[in-house]
Each structure stands twice: as structure tokens, then as C-alpha cells.
Design a binder for this molecule. Structure first.
Ligand SMILES: [Zn+2]
Ligand SMILES: [Zn+2]
Length: 153
């Protein structure tokens, strides 16, 4: 996103803009798929030769669940975006694309979960346990809980 310094009034300006989701540089290798454009809801002002940009950024993504590895839809948001660009006197425009990218990457969830109660994958056979139990889980249970089960019987 290019900010045109001359177009900013003294009292600052509020503006909305969209940037292509691709500017985040995120891909499936990172566990994310971009699902739409980056929405920027920003306020820009020049104070004593310093461009200050603040506001909210968000981008819809599909994130890979840290437990079941399925992709699910979510939104990455930075509601406290704030950057200073000093020395903009006599400068025509400032490109803040890299700052937007960085802010969104820093706002990514570290271990995204499709659901708090996601059961994940069986460590033995890899079956998605959200779809129901697998055979080896039953075997494991009858092994460790065998004594208890026979007591119940
Ligand atoms: Zn999951
Ligand atoms: Zn299993």
C-alpha cells in the first residue's frame, strides 16, 4: 500500500483500503491459505515530519488445525497496528506494504485449532478422531484399562 503524503490533511485522514491477500506471502507450507484480500481500516497523520499510521488490519485465511491437520476458516487480525515513518518531509509517498505484511504475520495464531475440543489424529494410525474412534484406540484402551473393565463386568 502506497500512502501519498501530500494527500494527508493536517488533522489526519481515516481511510479504508484493500490489499491483495498475497502480500502476506503466506502459503500452505506455513499452514495457511489466503482466503481473501487484506482489509485495512487505517488512520494516517503527519506530525513534525513523522508519518503515523494506525488502525486495524484483517485477512480471511484457512488455517491448518494443529491437532487434526484439517484446514478451517478463520480471520487473522491486528487491531493495534501502529507504525511511525520519520523523515517524510519532502517525500511524495511511503510504501507500507511490508509493514502490513509483518504485522499480519506476527498476528498469526501459533497453534490454530479448528475447535477447542478437536480430538486430533490417532498417533498410531493417523485417523481423524473427530470422525469417530479407530480400531487401535480400542485396543489400547482394552490394554491399559483391561483390569478395570473386568472389574466392571
Ligand atoms: Zn482440528
Ligand atoms: Zn488409530
Amino acid at each position: 500500500m502506497i500512502i501519498n503524503i501530500a494527500s494527508i490533511p493536517e488533522q489526519g485522514i481515516k481511510f479504508k483500503a484493500e490489499e491483495p491477500g498475497e502480500i502476506t506471502g503466506l502459503g500452505e507450507a506455513d499452514g495457511f491459505r489466503i482466503a481473501g484480500p487484506v482489509s485495512c481500516n487505517l488512520y494516517a497523520q503527519v506530525v513534525d515530519g513523522v508519518l503515523v499510521v494506525r488502525g486495524k488490519l484483517s485477512v480471511p485465511v484457512e488455517a491448518r488445525c494443529a491437532r487434526c491437520t484439517q484446514f478451517f476458516s478463520t480471520t487473522v487480525t491486528d487491531s493495534g497496528f501502529l507504525r511511525d515513518f520519520p523523515g517524510v518531509e519532502g517525500v511524495e509517498e511511503v510504501d507500507i506494504t511490508e509493514d502490513i505484511r509483518e504485522a499480519l504475520v506476527l498476528s498469526l495464531p501459533h497453534s490454530p485449532l479448528c475447535d477447542e475440543g478437536c480430538k486430533g489424529l490417532c498417533v498410531h494410525c493417523g485417523k481423524d478422531l473427530n470422525d469417530g474412534p479407530c480400531g487401535c484406540r480400542r485396543m489400547e484402551e482394552s490394554g491399559s484399562w483391561g483390569a478395570l473393565n473386568s472389574l466392571k463386568l
